[in-house]
Design a protein around this ligand. Sequence first.
Ligand code: MLC
Ligand code: AMP
Length: 503
Amino acid sequence: MSNHLFDAIRAAAPGNAPFIRINGGRIWTYDEALDLSGRIASAIDALGIRPGDRVAVQVEKSAQALILYLACLRCGAVYLPLNTAYTLAELDYFIGDAEPRLVVVSPAQREAVATIAKAHGAIVETLDADGTGSLLDLARDEPLDFVDASCSADDLAAILYTSGTTGRSKGAMLTHGNLLSNATTLRDCWRVTSGDRLIHALPIFHTHGLFVATNVTLLAGASMFLLSKFDADEVVALMPQATMLMGVPTFYVRLLQSRLDRQAVANMRLFVSGSAPLLAETHVEFEKRTGHAILERYGMTETNMNTSNPYDGARIAGTVGLPLPGVTVRVTDPATGAVLPPDETGMIEIKGPNVFKGYWRMPEKTAAEFTSDGFFISGDLGKIDTDGYVHIVGRSKDLVISGGYNIYPKEVEGEIDQLDGVAESAVIGVPHPDFGEGVTAIVVRKPNTALDEGAILHALHDRLARYKQPKRIIFAEDLPRNAMGKVQKNVLRQKYADLYAKT
Ligand code: MLC
Ligand code: AMP
């Protein structure tokens, strides 16, 4: 069997059946999508992109954007999706680090990105939200019968950047084998078939929307309603025509605030949640309202999906379920590395065909995050109960997850600390009713400075993507420290735990 992800996608494609449904608009059949992927692959090839070259893509969600991902797989190019919220300053880092040969952006961004791209030797083409742009112009006259590059399981399919504890983002290298094995496993575990219709309201630049939602749909020959973003009312209105939803916990919190009821979900088969902890209270409320137990699963950019609550059997609120077939999950003592017995809390470690190949051009960082026997050290703290269910109880990494997006405090602190008048800062996540955690900065000003919240937020505007910017900035006289001089973030988290409490 081929290990080329696209070979598997082609083999599963049900010809003239729908693949992408644009709400109130066009339906793309599998044949149409695959034909266009061939033309785009030909165009990319004609631009001189060769197997192993990176193609960086920062574009709005569209059918053509997903088809561009397929085209890159066919060329053997390494697909490098970038959050549309990233500022030019952030983009400069990614382009400099990944050295893509081609950068695809929206037409409005072309000029600004061209300067950065040129400095790093990359070509720029465009793709707009409506599917037009210079890349599609090039593809129009190209042949659709592109001869796909041959790929082995170990060849790179994608690089996804994830923020790092040091503040410097790392590119997680994912292979064809990683993506194919994980999507096949999820399709089978969740019983996804060609009869399914997924509501796809996630962004397509992260593991959840790109690999879990899209690859699983493709490998099942199913179809998806491709929504540009999550809107609770739109999603509820679509449910009678759909069978599945995949979302982050914020989706479910917002759905519970909508007119969602049993009638709306009558045709729905499966609700999946992941990327951040789903509160047990949300799980319980959702089941009460709809009769559906949300299926929670656990994954990471570096590992794809690791665990899932069962399709048949108990989906237990507050747990992320059982290790997926072929994936080994263990819990170790963070101090000694010894494997812990059931119900004891420690570091979650993962091994399996889902686990990435390493961080792009960071061999030392890669080595530091694997054990000597090949387990990836997740940075999540948890336990495995006597029934085998994995519980995530915390994180050893200093990370905030807001609405399913990761924010590393160090990066935000670095930007705030550079500002005139700031002595020091600590960035924490505290409970937020909508986003799960709200990014919050505690700032100590230098004496006799009049810096206020507005001035800091204004200064961060062009430096950090909007979702990384603090929702609130609190000024303090000093930061609590332990005997070693380390800022006690747990003390701050406790102190400000009610900051965003519902009134
Ligand atoms: C938007 N904003 C956010 C935010 N999303 N702020 C904090 N956290 C977020 N996640 C900003 C907006 O820019 C806006 O700022 C303000 O907050 C309110 O915006 P909104 O209209 O309410 O937000 P919305 O566009 O509805 O987006 C919220 C969301 C979205 C939850 C729907 O963030 C989303 O789709 N998240 C999914 C992320 C995801 O796919 N993660 C998977 C990672 S993969 P202003 O000032 O302009 O008003 C992974 C592995 C795994 O983790 O296991 O899956
Ligand atoms: P990312 O780096 O964006 O891929 O985020 C991965 C992190 O998200 C994991 O290491 C976990 O901390 C968190 N995560 C993903 N799924 C879940 C879940 N179901 N429950 C709790 N945390 C989760």
